[in-house]
Write a protein that binds this ligand. Sequence first.
Ligand SMILES: [Zn+2]
Length: 124
Amino acid sequence: MNATRPSLISGGSLCGRAAAWGRRHMAASTDPYLLRTLLWCGRCDVPMHPHPHCGERTYKCPLGCRKVPLSAEAIEAVTWTAAERRATLSGIAPPFRKSVLEQLLVKVILRANAPDDLRYIWRT
Ligand SMILES: [Zn+2]
């Protein structure tokens, strides 16, 4: 199934990645879910959904393949660390991180039920 969101693959942010951190590409986000559009279920190949659960931010597969909601904080922290290895991201304030990740990543695929079992599809 291909449910790629058009907003991520169209537009000008694909070209000129060297200048990607220029102000014009940086948009502040108030979305509490850093990976709302980027995190995919590796089992079902569908985007995972933000899912507030008992006061905690989690992500959940919409097809229900995982019984346990996954901590958004852990997955986001691991992904941001991977992004920091990929690009120079020092000094990027949290509101801008979503924008930065959307420019760096096509998707993040969650394989098992662990935040460190992620596969990254980077934009090239
Ligand atoms: Zn699934």
